[in-house]
Ligand binder design. Structure first.
Ligand code: UD1
Ligand code: UDP
Length: 380
């Protein structure tokens, strides 16, 4: 069986590590994986670093599309992916998540009848102003096999009319939905101890034994709106009076800090000894930071979940989340880009540190589950 896997953005490269590892360890005699990197992310610390660190096979193709507007970037990827699918004639294309690379893969494959496997299916924010919401809805509705990481994802697909107990053969018009757990959880479990052994970021940043907050910010709804970005950074300045704040900066954010924040605010951030601004870190390094942090503040999907995996409270810098369970269990609070809600959430977690983190993301073997189904289910 031949799979063409599309990756492009940082979280997809990380997710691909789990599937490629499972293929290598359990299915090498039955599955050939052809990896296509769209080039959506291209800085070394947004791409190459993960291949080196997580033993992901070198991509067979790199489309080098780089950054551009949504339409231009997606169009370039679609054209490149279509040509590769025609050449490779795979049994399936594998798409992760909800980025423009996902959308391009879905459109290219569906039109030439290559069955789509969507990993991280069914997630919804119910906010179509997010580019990701459009991408994930299109991808789900073009897919033949949908693997949903959470029960909420399963429910969303049910409400959108996906059949829940249909028999094969499966097609784009008779898709099969599986609830399988989260592939990111596979990775977090696999790499957690390796991260402790192989990274020295805690020592390097002189954080050993000190309480600190890990923060990440990259959503366009936060970075591109000066008012929201300022509100978030003002809150981080407030929090830095309580403890250190470590902020690995996504390239989108580092670029927009300079244009979207007033100079005075920039000075307060850049000259603040308690705000540690660093370039994007590797996966092992972020895991180490997540494990040692007292609390996580983020607008990232992946980092929200990882804070839960490592039993840390999380303040979400968004009005809503697709990972509703982590809010429902009381381990995360939606604070949006609102300074007072951020400070209230911080105080709440300081007074009531969460202790119960029920297993809602599967058993750490989502990749094997998916490969079993891909190999065995009947698809036309
Ligand atoms: C993308 C995804 C988002 C995901 C995020 C993960 C879409 C629509 N968005 O957002 O869902 O959460 O990746 O990180 O697909 N840049 C660099 N170097 C790089 C990559 C990006 O400098 O290696 C800068 C460029 O200025 C670029 C900007 O970051 O214009 C945004 O990059 P882009 O890939 O368009 O979107 P992300 O914000 O990264
Ligand atoms: N991540 C990383 N280094 C960083 C920041 C994040 O390796 O400096 C990892 C993080 O642990 C998670 C993934 O990148 O596994 C999440 O990616 P991102 O926040 O860019 O996107 P999202 O998950 O929101 O789509």
């Amino acid at each position: 069986m031949k799979l063409v896997t599309i990756i492009g953005a940082r979280p997809q490269i990380i997710k691909a590590a789990a599937l490629s590892r499972a293929i290598r360890n359990h299915y090498a005699d039955r599955i050939q994986e052809v990896i296509v990197h769209t080039g959506q992310h291209y800085d070394d610390n947004m791409s190459q670093i993960f291949f080196d660190e997580l033993q992901i096979p070198r991509p067979d193709y790199n489309l080098h599309v780089g950054s551009a507007s949504h339409g231009v970037q997606t169009a370039r990827m679609t054209e490149g992916i279509e040509a590769i699918l025609i050449k490779e004639q795979p049994d399936f294309i594998v798409l992760y998540g909800d980025t423009n690379s996902t959308l391009a893969g879905a459109v290219a494959a569906a039109k030439i009848h290559v069955p789509i496997v969507h990993i991280e299916a069914g997630l919804r924010s119910f906010n179509k102003s997010m580019p990701e919401e459009i991408n994930r809805i299109v991808c789900d509705h073009c897919s033949t096999l949908l693997f949903t990481p959470t029960k909420a994802g399963l429910e969303n697909l049910k409400h959108e009319g996906f059949p829940m107990s249909n028999d094969g053969p499966y097609t784009i018009d008779n898709p099969k939905v599986y609830h399988c757990g989260d592939i990111m959880y596979d990775n977090s479990l696999h790499f957690a101890n390796i991260a402790e052994e192989k990274t020295d970021i805690i020592q390097r940043l002189e954080l050993k034994g000190k309480p600190f907050i890990l923060a990440t910010i990259h959503r366009d709804s936060n970075t591109d709106q000066p008012q929201r970005l300022s509100a978030i950074f003002n809150a981080l300045i407030q929090l830095s009076k309580e403890c250190q704040v470590v902020l690995p900066l996504h390239p989108r954010t580092s670029k927009l800090l300079k244009t979207n924040l007033e100079e005075k605010l920039q000075e307060q951030i850049f000259n603040n000894p308690n705000i540690i601004l660093i370039p994007p870190v590797s996966f092992l390094e972020i895991i180490a930071l997540e494990r040692h942090a007292q609390l996580v503040i983020t607008d990232s999907g992946g980092v929200q979940k990882e804070s839960y995996f490592f039993k840390k409270p999380c303040i979400i810098l968004r009005p809503e989340t697709e990972w509703v369970e982590i809010v429902q269990t009381g381990n995360a609070i939606l604070a949006d880009a609102d300074g007072s809600r951020i400070m209230q959430a911080f105080q709440h977690f300081k007074d009531n540190p969460p202790t119960m983190f029920p297993e809602i993301f599967g058993d750490g073997h989502a990749a094997e589950f998916m490969l079993d189904k891909i190999i065995s289910c009947k698809v036309l």
